[in-house]
Design a protein around this ligand. Sequence first.
Ligand SMILES: Cc1cc2nc3c(=O)[nH]c(=O)nc-3n(C[C@H](O)[C@H](O)[C@H](O)COP(=O)(O)O)c2cc1C
Length: 178
Amino acid sequence: MKTIVVYYSRKGSNGYLAQKISNALSCEIEEIRPRLNVFMFFLMDIHLGIKPLKRNIKDYERVILCGPVWVGRFIAPLRCFVKKYKKQINQLIFVTCCGSTFEKKDDKFGHGLVFNKVKELANGRVKHCEAFPIDLVLSEDKKDDDAAFMETHLNDSNFKGEIQERFDNFIQTINSIN
Ligand SMILES: Cc1cc2nc3c(=O)[nH]c(=O)nc-3n(C[C@H](O)[C@H](O)[C@H](O)COP(=O)(O)O)c2cc1C
């Protein structure tokens, strides 16, 4: 299935994850570039949309969208992408490296609520959502440490063990979707 990974990342974890997915599927990858890349404005939900992608989304059968969750929101650059290209998207898969754990996914700031928002916005096109919470790469003694959550980013040295297994399962799962 002709696939493209489209991502937005501020601190690199979602960029790393997006690249991993693109490598695993041997598919193209493109970064979402906001017109106004000011983090504080994103948190206030002030934005001017995104720059046009270099590739033509219509040419792909499957789009994998990857990006962070901030304050419980489906963030502006990702939301703008879905709004702008929705009609050209056939299958959409949403993936996030986020702070919220599986245990807290349905809390106010949990990724589960963001999954619902993506599904609502892309009506019917979302085939799968997957989270890779950052605590998967934290040692047991750091799992309750807020500073460790914020300072840790995915990279080649910590992407192993449970997160790697979950990643392999994710690739298998999406490859089994027609
Ligand atoms: C200001 C801010 C707010 C955040 N809010 C949430 C949140 O509500 N829920 C969540 O799961 N993670 C939250 N996070 C964690 C990010 O999703 C996490 O740091 C993400 O991996 C960053 O991705 P990046 O490295 O690609 O920029 C927040 C991070 C920041 C900096």
